[in-house]
Design a protein around this ligand. Sequence first.
Ligand SMILES: Nc1ncnc2c1ncn2[C@@H]1O[C@H](COP(=O)(O)OP(=O)(O)OP(=O)(O)O)[C@@H](O)[C@H]1O
Ligand SMILES: [Mg+2]
Length: 369
Amino acid sequence: MDAPAKANILLVDDERRNLVALRELLAGPGRSLLLAGSGEEALRLALQHDFAVVLLDVRMPRIDGFETARLLRARERSRLTPVIFLTAAADEFESMFRGYEVGAVDYLVKPLVPEVLRSKVAVFVELHAKSAALAREIAERRGAEQRLVESEQRLRALAAHLVSVREEERASIAREIHDELGQVLTGLKMDVTWLAARLEAKPLLQKTASMCELIDATIRAVRRISAGLRPEVLDDMGLLAGIGWQAKEFQKRTGIRCRVKLPAEGAGFGSELSINAFRIFQEILTNVARHAKATRVEVALSAAPDRLVLEVADNGVGIATGKVNGKGSFGLLGMRERALRLGGELSIDSARRQGTRITVSLPRGEAGA
Ligand SMILES: Nc1ncnc2c1ncn2[C@@H]1O[C@H](COP(=O)(O)OP(=O)(O)OP(=O)(O)O)[C@@H](O)[C@H]1O
Ligand SMILES: [Mg+2]
């Protein structure tokens, strides 16, 4: 930590002698004493420095102590600076009254008792040091918070980047599998069919028939794998068809009834929006299949001009409260990150044995893109 700043003390008196005496009395390590021979000079110094305490003589020509204190209070920088009035015995009563009125924290009657003065000043010096330490601590904490926020932003950007890289890679692998294997298999099937047409022996024809079946099964497998990586329906026919297709697949695979309500309007969702909404939907269905023990799923997609809202509700066991942000599970986290990245939001509404409803709202942004 930095060495604490020195405590500035301002001594104001029109008599040079008094100033020098005060300085002798109050000098000490960690303190810096500034002298002002008039109210004007005190005000000038208070523009340049922050003071732990100001010792202010009441009787001064032109601007007296009271006026100086009032002007100090009026400024933002010295608004809270403690002022101790030094007053002559004859003025004691009036000084007390007027001094407190203009915000003095204390007053001392001349001739000053050195011990009293020292200990009073020491209190303010200590207070000043404490508040300076507190201010430093607050600044440090703010800095740490800021760093945390920045690091979270960087992590979020990194996660978003990884997601889009993965998406691109999947798409390119899907294309390769589809194009390369698909063509080879089709060629193979044509060859076998050609061969079959020229064969007469029954066992050979049976063989070519079973080869054809195998090739067909392989073609279906290739389609299934490449569709899993990147559903073509999404690229070819858009999000609505993609959601419909995925829901049907889900129902076929799991036996869980899946009812889908889609808007009449067809296209108009950007590809970024489509793939993210689609992946979120897939993840929600995967969770339903894995965790919900549901028998029914209701899917509703609605499209306002500016946003897309996807709602998926199951009638399963519900998500236990502690599981929503559970460590080591990334499904819900990933969905939320996808939504946030697009400037949208995701909410989970779930009660024990009353199923789970996940609502995702995404801005359409580049609609029509
Ligand atoms: N529809 C649901 N019904 C009941 N529980 C659910 C449902 N969806 C999620 N959960 C609960 O919330 C937890 C967190 O889900 P999340 O998708 O984040 O992780 P996961 O499915 O366990 O693992 P993964 O990281 O592979 O997705 C799940 O472990 C499950 O307990
Ligand atoms: Mg999951």
